[in-house]
Design a protein around this ligand. Sequence first.
Ligand SMILES: CC(C)(COP(=O)(O)OP(=O)(O)OC[C@H]1O[C@@H](n2cnc3c(N)ncnc32)[C@H](O)[C@@H]1OP(=O)(O)O)[C@@H](O)C(=O)NCCC(=O)NCCS
Length: 336
Amino acid sequence: MLYQSKIAGLGSYVPENVVSNEDLSKVMDTNDEWIQERTGIQERRHIKKGDGNSTAVMGMKAAKIALERAKIDKDDIDLIVFATLSPDYYFPGCGVQVQEMLGIDTCPALDVRNQCSGFIYGLSVADQFIKTGMYKNVLLIGSENHSGGLDMTTRGRSVSVIFGDGAGAAVLTRSDDKGQGILSTHLHSEGKHALELSLKGPSTMHWVPELIEENPQEDIPYYPYMNGQFVFKNAVQRFSEVIMEGLKENQLEVGDIDMLIPHQANLRISQFIQKKFKLTDDQVYNNIQKYGNTTAASIPIALTEAWEQGKIKEGDHVVLAAFGSGFTWGSAIIKW
Ligand SMILES: CC(C)(COP(=O)(O)OP(=O)(O)OC[C@H]1O[C@@H](n2cnc3c(N)ncnc32)[C@H](O)[C@@H]1OP(=O)(O)O)[C@@H](O)C(=O)NCCC(=O)NCCS
């Protein structure tokens, strides 16, 4: 390793439009009690038609804040990494859109498709490029427009109540201090469970007319499918494993964690991990209550908020961990 990378600036953006559990109960058969009891979610944000937002636009808004806080000029960005499962276009990716929106000339832009683990996968990519000395400054974005593709009827309720829109961004830069910054990242995937949490189409294999013809009305594959309990069981196991893997790699103990930011999949999953590791409320940051699951955006939004609230201080050990569709999972150990 030639260099170390560190987070120099963080930013987040969520649309103004708040959608409460009560609001959802007006369009589908659900209720506040069921949603809060199973997921901890009270409300989420949805893009409103005409508010100008999209996955790329929200990503750009979060990126602008992160760049300003990092005090790094857009023209000094060497690489853009954009993580999302809900891009504006089938192709090209959102990375090039943000490049254009920010007025950045010809740096490379890379889209990452690793769903809820997207931000950690992106962080790992950014870290490797900085560590080898190839790039100095990387703009990393996680952004999702879930509301653009959810089944907002009773048929889709077990998925649609969980997900929300938003974006988060981090500017990573080269650090001279080898003991500070991203200490390590740990990535995994297990493709045999690919369809347990998936959106089959529209895609080259499943185009719209075929989708409608091939499938009975009650199982429409152009909306996300989730085997909730199977995902839950795998998530709690993989979260625990990958956090321990990261700690071990750095000769750290659970007690050394100053702040754990778990991907905001479900408050019950976070609480399970907190209890298992015997962490206090101050050692774990959750905001799923306000935003739902924002997939690739959830960790950078939570990290930004925790930092803004002064909950992360210099020298702290910050642990990020995620699990999601693929299945994919990962962790990052950071010395702030
Ligand atoms: C999705 C999840 C909240 C569902 O909770 P659950 O306890 O597994 O609930 P089930 O799916 O077994 O459904 C229980 C009942 O509630 C009903 N239900 C489903 N969604 C509902 C909703 N939004 N409102 C009211 N009732 C609902 C079901 O139809 C079922 O009814 P039935 O018993 O009459 O058949 C839970 O499985 C979960 O959180 N899984 C992990 C999800 C996750 O983390 N995903 C992202 C990974 S990155």
